[in-house]
Ligand binder design. Structure first.
Ligand code: 5GP
Length: 309
């Protein structure tokens, strides 16, 4: 079987499994990558019975038939790991002949790093708290957005306008999922303290004319909405045939200026995020996933003078 056919088969198999958690799907991808056969939650083991009824059971996440090994992932909070350890002890007492391995968060992250998630092992990871949106979730959603835009703009040739610099990963992936002729252009903006509070200024303008064209503004994240509002007002003056917005992340809880976003990748909570193009003081842009930062780390950073872009 060709590598492409194998990748497609693996993708089909993955999409039919009802993984409870994104980290489990990532792990299945790693196993596929190394050609290790696996089954997801194939068996529940009774741990405790009362009056002939099972009152506690344990369902390991994976079974690797070639190795006759069960795997349980613990990418959970430390407080929950203790409970897993208790269950595992009971399991081992009751089923001493069955091999099981608990994969800790740190083991799991180093596996991820090995499996093409290289940047995670190489950039400064000290401040990373947790993965909010995994690489495979991003890939899947960006594909869906691209397909939707392809349908909506059928027969047209949109111009994608990216807002630098956070948008680079999203733009690069999104445009490859749009099956239409299209053009791209970029602008850069910076915010400053104006007379009426925070204002936004264009520091690099577009090179493409907009008149009579179908424009899609591609944004990494919409937070207060101030940036997008200023951009929309400015671009509308250039008389495009249509003007829509596609944002990867929507932090709706913090919106100050209300405006419709036509295409949204993910709605996220009010937390500062990095990765997949988004930075904190120019760091973390090369992470292949979206992650949150540790609060105590952010506090120590806040004591130094620079501010994030
Ligand atoms: P807004 O004008 O909507 O408040 O802010 C939009 C810009 O703020 C984004 O384009 C991005 O540069 C920055 N921003 C807002 N929230 C975040 C975040 O959680 N992480 C990062 N890295 N940048 C953010």
């Amino acid at each position: 079987m060709s590598a492409k056919a194998r990748a497609e088969e693996s993708e089909n198999a993955l999409s039919s499994v009802p993984f409870a958690h994104a980290s489990e799907e990532e792990f299945a991808r790693i196993l596929d990558f190394y050609d290790v056969a696996w089954r997801y939650e194939p068996r529940s083991f009774p741990l405790r019975e009362e009056e002939g009824r099972v009152v506690e059971a344990f369902t390991p996440d994976f079974y690797l038939p070639d190795l006759e090994l069960y795997i349980e992932l613990t990418t959970l909070k430390q407080s929950l790991v203790t409970e897993k350890h208790r269950k595992l002890r009971l399991f081992q007492e009751r089923y001493p002949d069955i091999q099981i391995k608990l994969l800790h968060r740190s083991d799991y992250l180093s596996l991820l790093a090995k499996y093409g998630f290289g940047p995670f092992s190489e950039v400064e990871v000290a401040g990373i708290h947790e993965v909010l949106i995994s690489a495979s979730e991003l890939e899947r959603r960006v594909g869906e957005l691209g397909a939707q835009i392809s349908r909506d703009y059928k027969g047209k040739e949109p111009l994608l306008v990216g807002v630098l610099r956070g948008v680079i990963c999203f733009m690069a992936d999104l445009m490859r999922h749009i099956s239409l002729p299209l053009a791209i252009d970029f602008m850069a903006i910076s915010s400053y303290e104006g007379e009426q509070g925070e204002a936004v200024r264009i520091v690099k303008d577009l090179e493409e004319p907009l008149a009579s064209r179908h424009i899609i503004i591609v944004e990494d994240i919409v937070d207060t909405g101030m940036t997008l509002n200023t951009l929309l007002q400015g671009l509308q003056l250039r008389r495009p045939a249509s003007l829509k917005v596609c944002a990867l992340l929507d932090k709706r809880a913090r919106r100050l200026v209300d405006m419709p976003i036509d295409y949204v990748g993910f709605e996220i909570p009010d937390e500062f995020v990095v990765g997949y193009g988004l930075d904190f003081r120019q760091k973390f842009r090369n992470l292949p996933f979206i992650a949150t930062l540790k609060r105590d780390w952010l506090q120590t950073q806040a004591q130094t003078k620079q501010s994030p872009e």
